[in-house]
Design a protein around this ligand. Sequence first.
Ligand code: ADE
Ligand code: ZN
Length: 336
Amino acid sequence: MDITRLIQRIPKAELHLHIEGTLEPEMMMALARRNEIELPYSNVDEIRDAYDFSNLQSFLDVYYAGARVLREEQDFFELTRAYLERAAEDNVCHVEIFFDPQTHTERDIEFATVVDGIDRALRDGRSRLGITFRLIMCFLRHLSAEDAMATLEAALPFKDKIDAVGLDSSELGHPPSRFTEVFNRARDEGFLTVAHAGEEGPPAYIREALDLLNVERIDHGVRCLEDPDLVARLVEEQVPLTVCPLSNVKLCVFDSLEQHNLKQLLQHGLCVTVNSDDPSYFGGYIGENYRRTQEALELSEDDIYTLAKNAFVASFLGDTEKQRYISELDQAMTSP
Ligand code: ADE
Ligand code: ZN
């Protein structure tokens, strides 16, 4: 079968997606108007022109500025609904999405406004589109550990809606170790844990995320190849890496998709998955990430299967649901 068709038809899980990073320029303009917020852009072309990044921080500055248009519960609902509709077009059947509460509570938006809007859209997406979900709350690592702890406490009344905690934002200079106590508390409260590590930061940050934060998955993790002992451990423990190829190129982690190390990661036997990170800012949703990476690295059908299967294995779904999705994947691989 044509591999592009195969990529389209296989059921997919997305495990690394910042909901604020799905804010398309059209929606940014519309919400700015509705909420009477001034933007430094006068049209969508100017917004897109600003998406020319030299590193993670240059992106985050634009991304946090864009998120200011999100104010009401309905805004978070519409943002999440639009993402799910777009994901359904790529045959995504399970999502585990991040949100950054501090980006909003810092602007005096209530925690409930954010979580309730996202959760309402997730439940709506499950009933209308059949997309199952988990929700992951990320702490902003450029802010203090005390801020993160206060955010965790604010989240406790919403435990039924939040499955896991994560760590994102500016990586360099903000090692996971600063958040050990917060992650211990989160685990005691019953949350699963993940962390961004080894995107721009060194392999030592991946080790800290494993040893000190006890995370179940590493978000990005592409710099692990600089440390062979770490690679051996990640393979042995089958720690999932949620890799985001188009993001890595847009943020200059790799000079081009052809130079991305995803195929090497696979060849080492690592549990690699493909994800879109902030698709509105990085030029493609998950299908585009699969297609462009397949083309650039000449991935085989087997590689595509492994990537898609890894995402179900690495998900926070129960074993029965994982098996159901993997059977559907197997069928999609073989049926004419
Ligand atoms: N927040 C949104 N996208 C991110 C990324 N790729 N790395 C760190 N923090 C982020
Ligand atoms: Zn990310």
